[in-house]
Design a protein around this ligand. Structure first.
Ligand code: NAD
Ligand code: TYD
Length: 353
């Protein structure tokens, strides 16, 4: 029997990881620790919430005493740390939450693992989930490898870079058994509609303007979230201690091309005339410090641990759009209340180009 702590399990990626572990490993006890910020939603886990190998604990990783007590109560064998503030635009308007959760919260977990695991490091693993955004921005060519130097540009990516450095320092200084992965942009079910794909699906459906930052020429490398969860499973069990693995779909899309693709698919699915939804595209003031291009080389993970993305992007995108169209109630619930205020501040006050 293994006791596993998954932090941020009520969020987008975390909920897929919790679901995978609870279903695939009935012999593990999975504890999901989440503060339930605006991005955390227990509805994401309704299908597994009554399983006997699953427990939800509401709590804040910034509270060091609470984290120490949690480690005492549960004697964790492994940690998969996903809890974070994760949205670049929010990090520009309110950086401090990112510093507290992403940096201080991560160090609280490292300290608890270090003190509770003393003497038994060889049987434990602390897995820190990070992003490709720590590597900065690429020009027209090039690709991020595990050796690329860190060069973050947003408060979000700088806070994640800082947490990665701290995780590595606990390995190098104290011998803590850590592993890190840096993944490209995820898409799929249960993603909060502040990120490009679910936001635009919701706006297309409701015939609202599609706010494209700048000229829409920025490029992202998209990966289906269940492929990320599968990579996390493999790395947690077989990743080398002290190692880093890049995870990505080898699937680069210029924002404007992706947006037009989504408009086409949704016109078809919603029975609208071709070209209808593209008319909603509105070019707006660019994001400050907007990284031009991300692209991930995941060959180390593929060669050493045998992971491969499972889905063609077009198939994953259709599946994702279907999910949001079929789960109207989920979308209505997460866009009620504070979401309207966020939307007004981010978009209704933003200049059009
Ligand atoms: P998310 O914003 O959907 O979820 C984050 C979760 O963390 C939420 O459930 C939230 O309630 C919880 N949380 C926030 N602050 C907390 C705190 N102080 N204490 C406890 N819980 C807290 O994020 P996501 O997109 O699922 O990302 C998960 C992880 O994966 C993050 O570490 C992110 O940096 C990383 N990542 C995300 C992507 C992506 O495309 N979304 C890509 C690569 C890496
Ligand atoms: P996002 O989903 O926020 O992910 P990240 O910034 O972490 O890559 O944004 C993906 C891309 O889409 C990014 O280049 C910014 C752009 N974007 C828009 O053009 N309009 C929007 O309303 C949003 C949310 C993003």
């Amino acid at each position: 029997m293994k006791n596993i702590l998954i932090t941020g399990g009520a969020g987008f990626i975390g909920s897929h990881v919790v679901r995978l572990f609870v279903n695939k490993y009935p012999e593990y006890n999975v504890v999901n620790l989440d503060k339930l910020t605006y991005a955390g939603n227990l509805e994401n886990l309704k299908d597994i919430e009554s399983k006997s190998n699953y427990k939800f604990v509401k709590g804040d990783i910034v509270d060091g005493d609470f984290i120490q007590q949690l480690f005492k109560d549960y004697s964790f064998d492994g940690v998969i740390h996903l809890a974070a503030e994760s949205h670049v635009d929010r990090s520009i308007t309110n950086p401090m939450e990112f510093i507290y959760t992403n940096i201080v919260g991560t160090v609280n977990l490292l300290n608890a693992a270090k003190s509770h695991w003393e003497g038994s490091f060889s049987e434990k693993k602390f897995y820190h989930i990070s992003t490709d955004e720590v590597y900065g921005s690429l020009g027209d060519t090039g690709i991020f490898t595990e050796e690329t130097s860190y060069d973050p540009h947003s408060p979000y990516s700088a806070s994640k870079a800082s947490s990665d450095h701290l995780v590595r320092s606990y390995h190098d200084t104290f011998g803590l058994p850590v592993v890190i992965s840096n993944c490209s942009n995820n898409y799929g079910a249960f993603q909060f509609p502040e990120k490009l794909i679910p936001l635009f699906i919701n706006n297309i459906k409701n015939k609202k303007p599609l706010p494209v930052y700048g000229k829409g020429v920025n490029i992202r490398d998209w990966l289906f979230v269940e492929d990320h969860a599968a990579a996390i499973d493999i790395i947690f069990h077989r990743g080398g201690k002290g190692e880093t693995y890049n995870i990505g779909g080898n699937n680069e899309w210029k924002n404007i091309d992706l947006i037009k693709k989504m408009c086409d698919i949704m016109d078809r699915k919603l029975g609208r005339n071709p070209g209808t939804s593209e008319k909603l595209i509105t070019y707006v003031k660019d994001r400050a410090g907007h990284d031009l291009r991300y692209a991930i080389d995941s060959s180390k993970l593929q060669k050493e641990l045998g992971w491969m993305p499972s889905l063609e992007f077009e198939v994953g995108l259709e599946k994702t759009i279907d999910w949001y169209l079929e789960n109207e109630e989920w979308m209505n619930n997460v866009t009620s209340g504070d979401y309207q205020k966020y939307y007004e501040e981010q978009y209704e006050k933003r200049e059009n180009l």
